[in-house]
Design a protein around this ligand. Structure first.
Ligand code: PXP
Length: 256
């Protein structure tokens, strides 16, 4: 397992959900997300992320079985906080479990988890996962009260939602993007102060990764859709290598 609890290095988790989206468009076995995961591992990914959604629209249960069998880097299993998903996670005991809100009608994970609204339930939900050895991460908006609640329920990790920052950047709304980035910076620092390991992800591209990678408390980025899209044009390994290089450059510039 590479660089799990290193000092300042920034890990890259590659999300392979959308390889399964393409596979499922034809209902067969090709292209295989597990093959993509193994390729990502070879190309320098520090981990692989897969979201087993309640409606199984991309990743399937059998994908998780095969990822657990074949991956050498850690698997980060993204899932909703439901009894069914908890049973699956307890059976597999992946390295990490990232809890995300899930709505059937959404195209992708639209916001962070509302920890404040269900603090007691989530505290009870994550306890057996932690006991089983999975590091629980909470996907969360850059919101002080939510981050404090994540710390109170005993989650060791938060993943900050970078979707709004990426959308604003793509729309050319520079001022609003800068304000969102400032919020992410402040909330990443708060997470670290509270003793949480801070990750970030959603919507990141070559154009938006650098300022997020440069935030010192951030230890891991999870990136999927853009890398799988880029793989169509350049191949998955070169896309991962370029993302990795942008992350490393931003990190060392930030440290300089
Ligand atoms: N992190 C979390 C918690 C997510 O839900 C997702 C999307 O599944 C990602 C990261 C990756 O986002 P994207 O596919 O937009 O890079």
């Amino acid at each position: 397992m590479a660089q799990l609890h290193d000092g300042g290095l920034l890990r890259l988790g590659v999300n392979i959900d959308h390889v399964a989206t393409v596979r499922n468009a034809r209902g067969g076995a090709y292209p295989d997300p597990v093959r993509a995961a193994l390729l990502a591992e070879e190309a320098g990914a520090d981990g692989v992320t897969a979201h087993l959604r309640e409606d199984r629209r991309h990743i399937a249960d059998s994908d998780i079985d095969r990822l657990m069998e074949r991956l050498r880097v850690p698997l980060n299993l993204e899932m909703a906080a439901t009894d069914e998903m908890q049973r699956i996670a307890l059976r597999h005991r992946p390295h990490a479990v990232c809890l995300v809100p899930e709505k059937r009608e959404e195209r992708t994970t639209e916001g962070g988890l509302d920890v404040l609204a269900e603090e007691a339930r989530l505290r009870a939900f994550i306890a057996p996962l932690a006991e089983a050895g999975s590091r629980v991460s909470i996907f969360i908006g850059a919101d002080r009260a939510q981050i404090e609640a994540a710390a109170r329920i005993g989650a060791p990790v938060i993943e900050l939602h970078t979707g709004a920052f990426c959308d604003l950047s793509a729309e050319g709304q520079g001022e609003a993007a800068a304000a969102e980035l400032a919020r992410l910076r402040e909330m990443a620092a708060l997470g670290a102060e509270l003793g949480l390991e801070v990750h970030a992800g959603h919507g990141l591209t070559y154009d938006t990764v650098a300022p997020i990678a440069a935030l010192p408390p951030v230890r891991e980025l999870n990136i999927g859709h853009f890398l799988i899209g880029e793989a169509i044009f350049t191949g998955l390994a070169p896309a991962i290598a370029r993302m990795r290089a942008l992350m490393d450059a931003a990190r060392s510039e930030g440290a300089a």
